[in-house]
Design a binder for this molecule. Structure first.
Ligand SMILES: [Zn+2]
Length: 231
């Protein structure tokens, strides 16, 4: 069968020739033999990888995109006042036109971090991660890691970074009416972030942020891949 043939295609690390293991939907592969990270689109191209919040034994390293970008806000309009809405009552904005204010035009440099693996919570996780400082750790030379493969390619990462930027604006404490922003991506790389599998979530080490297993389509395979490596 054609599908079986496709699954037999073996990717090899362009640096050391080792097999790159992953799921059929993966496009990001980490070579645990030589420590290089690759993205496969038409060919394998290298991508930088750094390790963050490794944690102790039991931690699983999941791939996240780290996108450094300039966010250019052309026009941001918020409402000064908003009435509390309750069930059965129409939500009213007093002086809807008069209440609009423009603010925050201009450009700023922002780092966005969000899952590079398949999860339905990529945007909300990215918005929450925006508030925290994730810094790479120095790792012992020659230490081998198992990093789970990722399925979000470089082009998708740029689109998602823009969506997270909008989410960050929406999530601010004023009443956002509209925002018009563009982002310019300066660099994109992978952060392998230590996460602890708990009962229903993968909890990011040193953070309150968890990603529900139910929102990760490959959560069973992720646990299995990690066990195969450590076992
Ligand atoms: Zn290699």
């Amino acid at each position: 069968m054609r599908q079986d043939l496709a699954e037999l295609t073996i990717l090899r690390c362009s640096n050391c020739g080792s097999d790159l293991n992953g799921l059929s939907t993966d496009v990001i592969f980490y070579c645990s033999e030589c420590g290089r990270c690759w993205i496969s689109d038409e060919r394998l191209s290298p991508v930088s990888i750094e390790f963050v919040r490794l944690g102790g034994s039991g931690s699983i390293l999941l791939p996240f995109w780290k996108v450094d970008a300039s966010v250019n806000i052309q026009n941001r309009i918020s409402r000064r006042k908003s009435s509390v809405s309750s069930v059965g009552r129409l939500r009213e904005f007093t002086g809807s036109e008069k209440g609009l204010t423009e603010s925050d035009s201009g450009s700023r440099k922002v780092r966005f971090i969000f899952p590079a693996f398949s999860t339905s919570l990529v945007l909300s996780t990215g918005v929450r991660m925006h508030r925290e400082n994730f810094l790479p750790e120095k790792v012992e030379h020659g230490k081998r890691f198992c990093v789970i493969g990722g399925s979000v390619g470089r082009d998708d990462a740029a689109l998602l970074a823009r969506a997270v930027a909008v989410g960050v604006e929406v999530n601010r404490t004023d009443y956002l009416a509209s925002v018009d922003l563009e982002i310019e991506v300066h660099s994109a790389g992978i952060y392998a972030i230590g996460c602890m599998p708990e009962k229903n979530v993968f909890k990011i080490n040193g953070s309150e942020i968890g990603i529900l297993c139910a929102a990760i389509s490959d959560s069973d395979e992720i646990l299995k891949q990690n066990q195969d490596f450590s076992g």
